[in-house]
Design a protein around this ligand. Structure first.
Ligand SMILES: *[C@@H]1O[C@H](CO)[C@@H](O)[C@H](O)[C@H]1NC(C)=O
Ligand SMILES: *[C@@H]1O[C@H](CO)[C@@H](O)[C@H](O)[C@H]1NC(C)=O
Length: 192
């Protein structure tokens, strides 16, 4: 083996041994979310339902990782990215970026910003295989084509080591009158 190839090989080994380690430095609160950390993908299991739009199938990739800590805040967040596309037309749906953390009391907070023109502040509870978040506050660009969202509930369910499901239920200015209506449901496979 030439010394250059040997070097590349050793670097690759080093990289492989560092990756699992990065998931073990979650603080005691965020450890409750360890099961959600990773890269999750659904090629086309996603379904969008809404009274005013035809039911559609979508794919989505979700990446949740431990994020660097801002010294000023000293709060450990997981960062969050979600990228969705239409299965039939391959059109890009929307991207969401955000941060997720569990506070010392054990409640979870997710903040997101999306290129659909919304930012959300969601809080909720986390249990061993389930995270349920409800909307506490929302911002929306004034020129969005989407209707104002009045409430939202987001549930992540880990089925096993390989499968996780996300369900989003919501209420807009027009549907439903009370409570929530299921809007999206997607089952992801964990990527190695
Ligand atoms: C999350 O943080 C990690 C570590 O800094 C970084 O490599 C990754 O790109 C970040 N992901 C997102 C979606 O910001
Ligand atoms: C944590 O969440 C639960 C359930 O939503 C709520 O009853 C409780 O007040 C929350 N605790 C804090 C400190 O926010």
């Amino acid at each position: 083996m030439s010394s250059l190839r040997c070097h590349v090989f050793v670097s690759a080994l080093l990289f492989i041994s560092i990756v699992p380690f990065s998931q073990q430095v979650l603080n005691e609160h965020n450890q409750k979310l360890e099961w959600i950390v990773g890269k999750w993908r659904s090629e086309f299991s996603g379904k969008i339902f809404w009274p005013t739009v035809p039911t559609m199938t979508f794919g989505e990739e979700l990446v949740i990782n431990e994020a660097p800590i801002a010294k000023s805040a000293n709060v450990q967040f997981l960062n969050f990215s979600a990228r969705a596309w239409s299965h039939s037309t391959k059109d890009h749906f929307h991207d969401e970026w955000g941060f997720l953390t569990v506070d010392p009391v054990g409640n979870a907070t997710l903040m997101t910003t999306g290129n659909n023109g919304f930012t959300t502040y969601e809080t909720g509870t986390v249990s061993p295989n389930k995270l349920v978040l409800t909307l506490k506050d929302i911002g929306r660009i004034s020129f969005s084509r989407d209707l104002p969202v009045e409430d939202l509930r987001r549930t992540f369910i880990r089925h096993d080591d390989r499968y996780m499901e996300q369900v989003i239920e919501m209420r807009t200015a027009t549907h439903p009158k009370v409570g929530y209506l299921e809007h999206t449901r997607v089952v992801y496979t964990k990527l190695k």
